[in-house]
Design a binder for this molecule. Structure first.
Ligand code: FES
Length: 361
């Protein structure tokens, strides 16, 4: 076995080896490293994501996708769902070909199975949020020495949209410590329950749910509802972990070092209230931004080479530094205290509140 050596801070070239339809809205793909030998395997912690770079319409776009496969295998597996306006996801679903090369940044993320948890866990997911928890479940079950009791609860719109359905049924049939339940919005043609995952439904599926450790992944509305349900059911929220690749809400403004805002006439003031300039001296680049808009949009408009993989304040790929100006932040997920004090931000989770000057490092 040769463990694949991920380059630091730069993408490795991978090849799409296989692609298949997982559900009517989803495809799964496997990726192998270019020039890897038959002994090569990939290390990561189940629950982590990779950042994928794909050329779409002549430009390399980066997005983060959770791995659904297990560590130490000779390929990486992802499942990608079609989403409204999902430039990269929809390209993968419609156009990515077997044999095509893509760029991959090394696995990362703090939502993983090595977070402290008890001997009984609940894995809760909706839609494509199933991918990281699937990796966790498969990995725990494949370890003959592990005794974790796993309750896997998944929410989907209808039966044909349940990702990995057959595989999950087989896991439940062959492992006594794996329990699998599904809640469907429309259960026609299935024996699953129909409706929402209310507190009553969660208790019905898993009577001891409040005593378990929870790993939750899905759309942000689903996650907010599940967090509230679990908390109200009495779960110790120290044992609760979640991840969603969805932008968070804005918070109160912060002011970076050396705020300089000079306003002249009333017209200038009105203009300044709604518009700002984002200036990146190192690239001689600048762009206009609406007050309150995401810094990443202005950096991309200014054609500054910044990678934004998750666009949700999780992966850290869009880290940069606001040298001057006012901004708000909705995530500081991968930043150290020192970086936060020195004006580093995640551009996808940073809202422009005045003219700002930005450095990429
Ligand atoms: S793009 Fe991932 S943190 Fe900003």
């Amino acid at each position: 076995m040769n463990q694949f050596e991920w380059p630091d801070n730069q993408p490795a070239t991978f090849i799409c080896q296989r692609k298949w339809q997982e559900t009517p809205n989803c495809v799964s793909v496997t990726l192998v490293a270019e020039n890897q030998d038959s002994e090569t395997t990939f290390d990561f912690i189940p629950g982590q994501f990779i950042t994928l770079g794909i050329e779409v319409e002549g430009k390399t776009e980066y997005r983060a996708y959770s791995l659904s496969s297990m560590p130490n295998q000779s390929e990486l597996q992802l499942t990608i769902k079609r989403v409204v306006d999902g430039k990269v996801s929809n390209y993968i679903v419609d156009s990515l070909q077997e044999g095509q090369t893509v760029s991959v940044l090394k696995p990362a993320g703090e939502f993983h199975i090595e977070q402290p948890h008890g001997k009984r866990i609940v894995l809760l997911s909706a839609g494509c949020g199933i991918t990281p928890v699937m990796s966790m479940a498969k990995t725990l079950l494949s370890d003959k020495t592990d005794t974790t009791d796993i309750h896997f609860i998944h929410a989907a719109t209808e039966l044909e949209q349940v990702i990995y359905h057959q595989e999950l049924l087989e896991m439940a049939a062959s492992h006594k410590r794996f329990h699998f339940d599904v809640m469907l919005e429309n259960a026609q043609g299935s024996e699953y329950l129909e409706g929402r995952l209310t507190q009553a439904a969660l208790k019905q599926f898993c009577p001891d749910i409040a005593e378990r450790s929870a790993f939750l992944c899905g759309p942000i509305g689903f996650m907010a509802a599940m967090q509230e349900n679990l908390s109200e059911l009495g779960m110790n929220m120290d044992n609760f972990y979640q991840e969603s690749f969805t932008p968070a809400e804005s918070e109160q403004p912060e002011v970076a070092l050396n705020l300089e805002v000079t306003l002249g006439s009333d017209a200038d003031k009105a203009q300044a209230i709604s518009n700002a300039t984002v200036f990146v001296p190192a690239f001689g680049a600048q762009a206009e931004a609406k007050i309150g808009s995401a810094l990443i949009d202005a950096l991309e408009a200014a054609k500054v080479p910044v990678i934004a993989a998750c666009r949700s304040g999780i992966c850290g790929s869009c880290k940069c530094r606001v040298v001057k100006g006012a901004f708000t932040r909705t995530s500081t997920a991968t930043l150290t205290d020192d970086e936060i004090d020195n004006g580093f931000v995640l551009a996808c989770s940073c809202q422009v509140e005045s003219d700002v000057e930005v450095a990429l490092n």
